[in-house]
Design a protein around this ligand. Structure first.
Ligand code: URA
Length: 279
C-alpha cells in the first residue's frame, strides 16, 4: 500500500480501520478498568461480586467503569488523530520537488544547523529559473543576509561587473552559495554547516540542470569535487561534478584583496560564454 500517494480521505479511513485492529496505547484508567474486570464473576475476599463481562447487554456497567471506557475511547481517538497528522506531514515532505520555488518553500524556515538561529534571511539563490550557467559562492555576508539575495555586497558588485563584461546580464544567470545562511563574523562555514546545506545545493543543481557551474573559490570547488587541489592550481581547468561541467575560479572577495589575480580570473571568465551558451 503506497501511503504517501494516498488521498487524505482514504488515508483517514485506513488509519481508522487500523485503530479497530491495532491495540492503542492504554492509559492508566484503562489499566485500572482491566484490573477491575479481570476477576471472575464470583465473590472476592470481601464477599462482593466482581463483574467480568461489563458489556451493557449482560450488565449495565457500574458508573466508574463506564467513565473509564469513555476515557479509553478518548485516548484511542487522540492517538488516531495524532497518527493521521504525522502521516499527512510525511506525505507533504515526501512530495516530489520539481521547481526551485518549491525547493525554497521546503527550506525557507530551515533550522538544520545553528546558522538558522542567527540569520536575518535565508539566502536561497537568485536568477533565471532556466539559466544555463550557475555561479556558486561560499555563503552570504552581512549585505546578503540583510537583503536575502546572494552577492549584493562589494564582492557581489565585482561579480556583477565581470558578468556584464562578458555581455551577459546578471538576471540571465543563476547565483547561489554553498551555505544559505550567514556564518557570523563572515567566518568560513564549518564542515558540519556545509553538510547540513548540501542537500539544498544538490537539488538546486539537479533542478536547474545548468550547462556550466562556475565555482568561486575553494569552498564551493572542494565541496563539489573534494579531490581537487587548492583554487590557485584548480582554477581555469574544466572539471566534472556528476553530470555537470564545472569551471573553478577565484572568489571575487579574493580578487578585491589581490588585484594582481584579476587577469587570471578574467582568463577563466572568458571561457564562460562558450561553455554555457555555445557561442
Ligand atoms: N560571498 C559569497 O560567497 N557569497 C555571497 O553571497 C556574498 C559574498
Amino acid at each position: 500500500m503506497n501511503i504517501e500517494a494516498m488521498p487524505r480521505v482514504e488515508l483517514r479511513r485506513v488509519i481508522e480501520g487500523l485503530g479497530a485492529i491495532i491495540p492503542v496505547e492504554k492509559d492508566i484508567s484503562q489499566k485500572q478498568q482491566e484490573k477491575q474486570t479481570s476477576f471472575p464473576n464470583h465473590p472476592d475476599q470481601s464477599g462482593m461480586i466482581q463483574y467480568k463481562n461489563t458489556h451493557p447487554k449482560f450488565f449495565p456497567p457500574p458508573a466508574d467503569i463506564a467513565e473509564n471506557q469513555d476515557k479509553g475511547n478518548k485516548v484511542k481517538q487522540q492517538s488516531l488523530t495524532k497518527a493521521f497528522a504525522q502521516i499527512v506531514i510525511h506525505q507533504e515532505s515526501a512530495k516530489k520537488i520539481n521547481t526551485l520555488s518549491e525547493l525554497f518553500q521546503k527550506y525557507e524556515d530551515c533550522q538544520r544547523c545553528a546558522l538558522g538561529k542567527t540569520r536575518k534571511n535565508l539566502v536561497f539563490g537568485r536568477g533565471l529559473s532556466n539559466a544555463t550557467v550557475m555561479f556558486l559562492g561560499e555563503g552570504p555576508g552581512a549585505d546578503e543576509d540583510a537583503q536575502g539575495e546572494p552577492f549584493v555586497g562589494r564582492a557581489g558588485r565585482l561579480l556583477t561587473k565581470m558578468i556584464s563584461a562578458l555581455g551577459i546580464e546578471r538576471s540571465d544567470v543563476y547565483i547561489t552559495n554553498i551555505v544559505k545562511c550567514r556564518p557570523p563574523e563572515n567566518r568560513n562555514p564549518t564542515p558540519a554547516e556545509i553538510s547540513c546545506c548540501l542537500p539544498i545545493i544538490k537539488q538546486q543543481i539537479k533542478i536547474l540542470n545548468p550547462k556550466l557551474i562556475v565555482t568561486l573559490g575553494n569552498i564551493p570547488t572542494k565541496t563539489l569535487i573534494p579531490e581537487l587541489p587548492g583554487i590557485t592550481k584548480a582554477r581555469g581547468k574544466i572539471q566534472q561534478y556528476e553530470n555537470w561541467t564545472v569551471l573553478p575560479t577565484f572568489h571575487p572577495s579574493y580578487l578585491l584583496r589581490n588585484r594582481s589575480a584579476m587577469p587570471l580570473a578574467w582568463e577563466d571568465f572568458k571561457k564562460i560564454p562558450e561553455l554555457a551558451f555555445n557561442n
